[in-house]
Design a binder for this molecule. Structure first.
Ligand SMILES: O=C(O)[C@H](O)[C@@H](O)[C@H](O)[C@H](O)CO
Ligand SMILES: [Mg+2]
Length: 393
């Protein structure tokens, strides 16, 4: 069926999210000529205005094409755009339209996306908690919140112990990180997995020092230890450490993923369906990773549509490890945005089985929460950190 309309929709609720950018969501609605509707989601970051206008541009390429031809449509945008694999705005816009197309496709065929991709390898998906530590500053803060997370049933949790440090980690910064990680390890015991988020903010020397200091606490992985564009730095980190590495939330294409995989720079790949090219490209990257013996831990930090479609991929990929989840720390409006909720129970989600991405969007709430996109204000605390943690003690 032909695509009639592609519409970007920016949403915001009064209640903020665990990070500044989590208080906004960008949905993309695809409508076909016979009135079938599908939803995708794009990444807001600090550029909602630019992403919205990128969606409008991508729409020019998709409208009038057959919604089922996801591969061809994605190829066509690549051909038109010229800068696709180097533009975050372009890839996130194209990703959202691709996800919405898969949603329509599933609805047309009466099947959830995971059935179209090879069928369920698993029906329950293990999650790790993120977003659970707003306002945690001291080791005691982290320890008591971490205990709550484990009480909720999670067996893995991620956090950033580096406070306000950026680029360079001095002795004090290193000591503070060690004390926070030690406090969490002691609070959760040896059986819970600890994932150390660096948010890609260190130079290689500092990241290597952090790896040496934190390795005794047996982290499952170190996430984005160096600035993401610093591939040489990542090589140095690999040569100087024995910790396991996760990265990938800023990878924009299959070939970029191949670079990291073929150089042996990553153990767990964290591509994000909403910026790597949607379902169509994420499937390819996941199979490529399988061939390299790398497991998938998809990045999933934005909203309920991203969460639903990511669960669809978790269901089918043999080399899946664990799913990031903010679900329990979403602002309530994000959970309410979909009718069929995807709750986390005992640290696991059940893969939604309804056609398409498996959930239905509450269109009335979409209209209530719709806002005009705006530029994002800059504050001392960057918008990508969990709120209230950009401090030392
Ligand atoms: O791995 C992640 O989830 C990402 O690095 C980010 O998206 C941040 O953690 C998030 O912004 C914090 O709220
Ligand atoms: Mg991250």
């Amino acid at each position: 069926m032909k695509i009639k309309e592609v519409e970007p929709i920016v949403l915001s609720g009064k209640e903020g999210g665990s990070a500044t950018w989590a208080s906004v969501a960008i949905l993309v609605r695809v409508v076909t000529a016979n009135g079938e509707v599908g939803y995708g989601e794009a990444v807001p970051t600090a550029r909602p205005l630019q992403v919205v206008s990128a969606v409008k541009q991508v729409a020019r390429s998709y409208v009038g094409r057959e919604v089922e031809e996801v591969e061809r449509n994605s190829w066509e945008w690549h051909r038109q755009d010229f800068y696709l694999a180097r533009s975050f705005e372009s890839t996130t816009a194209a990703s959202a339209v691709d996800i919405a197309s898969w949603d329509v496709l599933g609805k047309e065929l009466g099947a959830p996306v995971h059935k179209l991709l090879g069928g369920p390898f698993r029906r329950k998906v293990r999650n790790y908690a993120n977003g659970w530590y707003p306002d945690c500053v001291t080791p005691e803060d982290f320890a008591s919140k971490a205990k709550e997370v484990v009480r909720m049933g999670y067996t893995a949790l991620k956090f950033d112990p580096f406070g306000e440090y950026y680029d360079y980690l001095d002795e004090r910064g290193l000591r503070q990180a060690v004390e926070r990680v030690r406090a969490v390890r002691e609070a959760v015991g040896d059986d819970v997995e600890i994932l150390v988020e660096h948010h890609g903010r260190f130079n290689p020397n500092s990241a290597v020092m952090a790896a040496r200091a934190l390795e005794p606490f047996n982290p499952l992985f170190m996430e984005e230890p160096v600035h993401p564009e610093n591939v040489e730095g990542m090589r140095k980190y690999r040569a100087s450490t024995t910790v396991r590495v996760a990265l990938g939330e800023r990878i924009l294409s299959l070939t970029e993923a191949l670079d990291y995989l073929s150089q042996g720079l990553v153990d767990f790949l964290q591509i994000d369906l909403t910026n790597v090219g949607g379902v169509t490209q994420a499937v390819k990257v996941s199979h490529l990773a399988e061939a390299f013996g790398v497991e998938m831990a998809y990045h999933n930090a934005f909203g309920p549509v991203q969460n639903a479609v990511t669960l669809q991929l978790d269901a089918v990929v043999p080399n899946f490890l664990v799913q990031e989840s903010f679900y329990d720390w979403f602002p309530q409006w994000k959970r309410d945005l979909i009718y069929d909720s995807t709750p986390v129970r005992e640290g696991h989600s059940t893969v939604p089985d309804s056609p398409g991405i498996g959930v239905k969007v509450n269109e009335k709430l979409v209209e209530d929460l719709r806002v005009e996109p705006r530029e994002v204000e800059f504050t001392e605390e960057p918008k990508w950190v969990v709120k209230g943690t950009w401090r030392g003690w």
